[in-house]
Structures are given as C-alpha cells and as structure tokens.
Design a protein around this ligand. Structure first.
Ligand SMILES: Cc1cc2nc3c(=O)[nH]c(=O)nc-3n(C[C@H](O)[C@H](O)[C@H](O)COP(=O)(O)O)c2cc1C
Length: 373
C-alpha cells in the first residue's frame, strides 16, 4: 500500500537549508504549511515498531512516523537489517537514534540513510536509568556542546534533515534561558527541526512513566521558544489527546506530535489528518481489512500474529463494543485462524463510522500565517 499524498508544500528543512527532504517526506506536507512536520506520531519503545507504523499509515496518509529509539550501538553491533526494516508505505518515516558518540551516530545515520529513512532524529529526552548509564537521552541536555557535536556529525554524514527531540529542561536546570541556549547551540550545529516534549525530566527518583506524567506540562515555554526562534520549525509534544487541543496549536508552533493518544486511539490521527489536510478517512472496517492483508503477507514471512494484532487494541477506543474487541484480540488463535476470528469480530462491531465521528469542536481556526499548524 502506498498512500497517495494529498497535500503539497515545501519542506521545513529545505526552507531552513538544513537538509534535503526526499520525495517521500515531501508527501506529508499540508496545504499552506511551512513544514511537513505538522502532524506526527511520537517515537515510543515497544509501540512504534514497523507494524504499528504501517497501521498508522493506513489511518493517516500524511502523519510523519517515528521509529522506536534505536541506539547507535545496537545498529552498529546488532542486527541492523532487522532494526532498520520498514515498509515503503511508511514514508515519511524518521529514525530516532540514541547515543552521544558523534562517530558512532555518524555511522548509524549512514545506515539509516542507505535504508531509505526520511529524517534522522536524536533522542535528548529519555530519562531512563539505562539510557543515563549509556550517557545519552535527557541527560544530554546538561551538555549542549556534546549535542551540538552529535548534530554536526549527523549533518555531515547524511543528506537528510537532522532533528532533535528534547524536554524543556532537566532537574533544576529548567530556566528558560538554559533551553534557549541549548536551542541556539543545536541550531548553529544544523538541526532542522526541534521537537519539544513540554515538560522537564527528573533524572533521579522518577521512572520513565512517571517522567511522562508528574512534571507539569508547560506549553507557554514552547511557544516562547518559537517566538524567539521564528525560523526554526518547532513541534510541540506532550499531553495532546483531542482534536480541539491539537487544532488550538495552529499559529503557535509548526506541528504537534502525539504519542500515547495515537496508540490508545489510532483513529484520532486519522481524524486529525482529515481536519488538517483534508484527507478522506477510511472507516475502521477498511483499515482492518487492509491491515489483515498486511498481516497475512507478514505471516508468510514468519512474523507472529500477536506482534501485529496487539496494535489494534485501541481501534475502537471509547466506542460501543470496545471491550468485546479487546477481549477478542487477547483470545485470538494462532494464525491463520486468528485473522479470520479478527475479521469475524469486526463484522459484529458497529463499524462504518468515518473519521470525523466524535469531533465536537468548531471549525479549525485559520492561523494568521495561513498555516494548518
Ligand atoms: C511506551 C512509551 C515509550 C516511549 N519511548 C520513547 C522513545 O523511544 N523515544 C522518545 O523520544 N520518546 C519516547 N517516549 C515519549 C514519547 O515520545 C512522548 O514524548 C511522550 O509520551 C509525551 O507525549 P504524549 O503525551 O503525546 O504521549 C515514549 C513514551 C511511551 C508512552
């Protein structure tokens, strides 16, 4: 399945001169938008594997998709072929790298570029103990010089947009001026886009999950950063769960990245794509039918059914029959019967509702810049 790009426009990266955006990435642009970064699905370990990304692409022709974080070491010493695998339908698709050794990142980025990725993103936001022990992730916010070296190395290695995903601060280092200084360094080094999870991270005392929930969200800080770095495309992330909330970002930032809400309610991304980009949204039945075809094809290559069916759990989120759907998924027989059970369960679901179901907000406000976001 190769989705038909419905929107067109120039890429942010080419506008800033910070990197070439290949044809696949350009397809994600939204009408009148300055960037192809308007709507994206966040990198999430154990969530945004290639199967979930494929599902996302069925739901949304335009959202930019991110891999789970892959460390440079894993790519260089592990099964790179497996780690880099993705379906051509996924474009535009970005790889998120974890690491802090410029030379290793450089080599990893080359592998990613050769594999056909559209963007290389550096993780500067993960606070997990393991990641801290490896000297990368959120901890790097304390060392902007090192991040700048990494960005410069990545820029030198690949002809792709190099982007950074970060927090608004770590520990007590959470003054706005620190974030501003950090941003200036990475822009100077050649970062094309900054993605900001709008809460700080505590490096000690909180689990990664708590670090996604306890530090308060501070959107105004991200808006301020956008005002100070007008030329730099800035994508806001953290806590977006409704269409209204996402649409309210128009004119304040250049894009919105959704993580947990995209996973728990995949059709939300489709509804947003439709609102922002005018794409026609397929019904859930179409999505499942096409995903079933994908699963059959993957099964023939040895992929376990559960590795794919598990991502369907949120498809009927907040809808009648959601519980029955989840029960069906957890009790599926092994393939190929499991796929037939899934399709039979689908036939008994109240489907046919199209993407715009559930949207209760006003029409999308138009931004002064005439952008979608
Ligand atoms: C299960 C899970 C895994 C995550 N893994 C990553 C990751 O690999 N890299 C990353 O930058 N952020 C990761 N995150 C953080 C998300 O990308 C995002 O920044 C965070 O969830 C806030 O956005 P949200 O409120 O829309 O979920 C992860 C989040 C979750 C829930």
């Amino acid at each position: 399945m190769r989705p038909t790009p419905r929107c067109s426009g120039r890429s942010a990266a080419s506008e800033t001169g910070a990197g070439r955006v290949p044809a696949g990435a350009a397809g994600a642009n939204m009408p009148g938008m300055a960037s192809s970064f308007g709507l994206s699905v966040a990198p999430m370990m154990e969530r945004t594997d290639r199967h979930f990304r494929y599902l996302m692409r069925l739901v949304s022709p335009n959202a930019r998709l991110y891999t789970e974080m892959i460390t440079s070491q894993a790519l260089l010493k592990g099964d790179a072929r497996r780690l880099l695998a993705f379906d051509a339908a996924e474009h535009p698709v970005a790889i998120q790298l974890g690491g802090s050794d410029p030379a290793a990142l450089e080599s990893a980025a080359r592998l990613a570029a050769d594999a056909g990725y559209d963007e290389v993103n550096l993780n500067v936001g993960c606070p997990s103990g393991r990641v801290q022990a490896g000297d990368f992730g959120a901890k790097l916010m304390l060392d902007p010089g090192r991040v700048a070296d990494c960005v410069a190395a990545l820029r030198g290695a690949v002809d792709l947009p190099v982007t950074v995903k970060t927090r608004i601060g770590v520990d007590e280092h959470d003054d706005y001026e620190i974030l501003r200084g950090f941003t200036a360094r990475i822009v100077e080094a050649g970062a094309a886009v900054l993605i900001v999870h709008a809460r700080k991270a505590w490096l000690k005392g909180l689990s990664p999950k708590q670090n996604r929930e306890i530090p308060p969200l501070d959107y105004p800080r991200v808006y301020r950063l956008k005002r100070d770095f007008g030329e730099l495309p800035i994508v806001i992330n953290g806590g977006f769960t409704t269409e209204r909330h996402v649409l309210d970002q128009i004119g304040k930032v250049d894009g919105v990245m959704l993580g947990r809400s995209a996973y728990h309610d995949p059709m939300l991304i489709g509804r947003l794509d439709r609102r922002l980009c005018g794409s026609a949204g397929p019904a859930e039945a179409d999505v499942i039918g096409r995903y079933a075809a994908y699963m059959r094809s993957e099964l023939s290559h040895g992929t376990p059914l559960k590795a794919m069916s598990r991502h369907l759990v949120g498809l009927f989120a907040n809808r009648p029959g959601a519980r029955r759907w989840r029960r069906c998924l957890s009790g599926l027989s092994p393939a190929p019967e499991g796929i037939d059970e899934l399709l039979a369960a689908l036939a008994s679901m109240p489907t046919g509702t199209r993407y715009n179901a559930g949207f209760t907000g006003d029409a999308a406000p138009s931004s002064p810049r005439g952008m979608c976001l």
